[in-house]
Design a protein around this ligand. Sequence first.
Ligand SMILES: CC(C)(COP(=O)(O)OP(=O)(O)OC[C@H]1O[C@@H](n2cnc3c(N)ncnc32)[C@H](O)[C@@H]1OP(=O)(O)O)[C@@H](O)C(=O)NCCC(=O)NCCS
Length: 297
Amino acid sequence: MMPTRPEPSCAGENEPISLPEGCVDVWICRVADSDDTETQARCRQAMSAEERTKQAAFHFAKDRLRYLLTRGLARYALSRYLPLPPESWRFQSNAYGRPVIGNAPRDARWLTFNLSHTDEIIAMAIGRHLALGVDIERAHADAPLSIADSFFAKAEARQLRDLPDSLRSRRFYELWTLKECYVKAKGAGLSIPLDKFSFDLDRTDEVGIRFDPALADAPSRWLFWQWHLSPDHIAALCVERPAERACRVRQWQSVPFRHYCEVPFQTERASAAASRPRSDSGSACALSALAHQETGQ
Ligand SMILES: CC(C)(COP(=O)(O)OP(=O)(O)OC[C@H]1O[C@@H](n2cnc3c(N)ncnc32)[C@H](O)[C@@H]1OP(=O)(O)O)[C@@H](O)C(=O)NCCC(=O)NCCS
């Protein structure tokens, strides 16, 4: 008999979420689950006029849909943490293009977020005062390995060359998503030279990072997790290590404006200091997490 997976506990459309200090929430929206006219209409209603203009300008329908659902997910998810309507959020970009909350009322200033999208899956990380970055990539069999030779740290390029052909593409995307989530957590994108920090993935379940002194950064400042969202989708999360606290990651799967469910966060690799959720810890805390509307700092 096939083992039965426990049903995730789902919250209704407008249930609030409490985000404890040191906790990071990762929201996942699967495009195929959200590709219906009602969801799209709700996302469109929530967008600003500027976002609607930008969305209409995409040439391909898949890009228009991805943009629409990304805006919908961001607005819907943020409104779970504070009693502000999804359409009321205003965003502005930093000098490197990172969107941040622009109209933050005093009680919204603790919310930090970051987004990543592929054609099939959109991911959003949300934290409390913490710098964070998320990256998701669809791993192709023929990764652009020349990027590693030209832009990655020498140790990473060597690591890739030493692998058997069959493992090289996957390792490229594992390194790429980790590098991207770090530069996104820093908010500076690709202005940070990718060869000035390097990941050591030789131990199969651990993420180690080294910095060139030029970056003036320290491995102890950051926590990393890596996991799969489908057999081909690799995700990585970088979170500024909370002072004197463990950092716990929860994962929510959502159809924007319809529902969200806590699903198990099963990391495959993480920093030695990062908490590793047990594989059965999925929905246990879902209902307690829904209990309170967050208004504090
Ligand atoms: C923009 C960048 C930060 C991430 O780009 P990416 O991996 O292509 O795209 P992702 O889907 O992961 O992330 C895009 C989101 O990151 C956010 N973002 C943009 N600039 C950012 C920055 N400086 N810091 C943090 N987040 C940023 C935005 O929310 C953006 O989505 P939006 O425009 O819909 O709001 C940057 O690193 C970049 O340009 N990367 C190039 C990617 C590339 O060349 N890939 C090919 C190799 S596989």
